[in-house]
Design a protein around this ligand. Structure first.
Ligand SMILES: NC(=O)c1ccc[n+]([C@@H]2O[C@H](COP(=O)([O-])OP(=O)(O)OC[C@H]3O[C@@H](n4cnc5c(N)ncnc54)[C@H](OP(=O)(O)O)[C@@H]3O)[C@@H](O)[C@H]2O)c1
Length: 281
């Protein structure tokens, strides 16, 4: 058994010479990076405040703000100038915007879609082109179960995650006859700093409203969610399989039971279930 485990470790270390993980300062990104470092894979990790990464030993920090297109191109150039060949990209960075669609400014939604969806696509475009030239590499995009089960009052986020899943599924066909693999990794809830850094509309969260009920439910559900190390273990198993595909990760209910049950219901039944889950029915 020990021999097999050691063999698998060597397998990942041999397959990947350099990984790029976006948003490594906290939560899932941090757990993914620690797992990759343990596997012996050198990790480049991004933050909008690269100095904040100094406390994480082993990670080579680089600056990235997905909401600034020049920042994405600067990062690609940074790697080219140094001859760094990224053969594993984990598109992890992201943020939430909470509130009813019309109570928030349209700029809030478009910033989220431009940063998280268009920005992630732009970074992937640059890295995938280089992977095709070298005929090897893997791209894992962290979407969310929100792609299948839209979270109330997070319309922009749901659009981003469904878009990232559709994007990754499109790429799966395009990489089919190459050595490159792409994975749509869909986490359910995990205990991270996600809710604390969420852009919540002050007024909506404070007043007695459906939004307030949903926000309380989100915080309660998140506090009981699994730890990010579980997601890192699922990601490791996914990388070991070495194939393109979609992977759900999370609690048994969110990642297994709910998607299974949703297959047999209508969309209105699914919507009712979601509203009950968030306490608004
Ligand atoms: N936690 C969950 O329950 C859950 C469930 C499903 C999917 N996800 C997804 O998992 C990913 C990681 O989230 P998390 O839960 O680990 O949350 P988190 O702890 O808040 O981490 C998010 C990371 O994204 C980075 N980031 C935020 N805005 C950015 C921007 N404009 N440009 C570049 N980087 C940015 C942050 O880095 P800096 O602040 O250092 O720049 C941070 O390290 C996200 O894509 C999230 O949507 C999370």
């Amino acid at each position: 058994m020990l021999f097999l485990a050691e063999n698998k470790r060597v397998l990942l270390e041999k397959r990947y010479k350099a990984a790029l993980v976006t948003g490594v300062g906290s939560g899932l990104g941090r757990a993914f990076s620690e797992m990759l470092l343990k596997e012996g894979i050198p990790v480049w990790g991004t933050s909008r405040n690269v100095n904040s990464l100094e406390r994480f030993s082993g990670i080579k920090g680089v600056s990235l703000d997905l909401c600034r297109p020049d920042s994405i191109q600067d990062l690609l150039m940074f790697f080219d100038d140094r001859g760094v060949e990224i053969d594993l990209l984990i598109n992890n960075a992201g943020f939430g915007v909470f509130g009813s669609y019309t109570s928030r400014s349209f700029e809030d939604w478009s910033r989220q879609v431009n940063g998280m969806l268009t920005g992630t696509m732009e970074l992937t475009h640059g890295i995938l082109k280089r992977m095709f030239l070298r005929k090897t590499g893997s791209i894992v995009t962290i979407s969310s179960l929100a792609a299948e089960f839209p979270i109330p009052y997070m319309s922009g986020y749901n659009v981003v995650k469904a878009g990232l899943s559709a994007f990754t599924e499109s790429l799966m066909i395009e990489v089919e006859d190459s050595e490159v693999t792409v994975v749509d990794f869909r986490p359910g809830d995990y205990v991270t700093g996600f809710n604390e850094s969420m852009n919540v509309e002050g007024k909506a969260a404070a007043r007695e409203s459906i939004e307030k009920t949903v926000w309380s439910s989100l915080c309660r559900i998140m506090s009981k969610a699994p730890q990010p190390e579980k997601a890192a273990k699922d990601l490791r198993n996914t990388l070991l399989r070495g194939k393109s595909g979609m992977v759900r990760s999370g609690s048994f209910f969110q990642a297994r039971a709910a998607p299974f049950l949703a297959r047999f219901g209508t969309s209105s039944m699914k919507r009712c279930g979601m509203m009950k889950y968030f306490g608004i029915r």
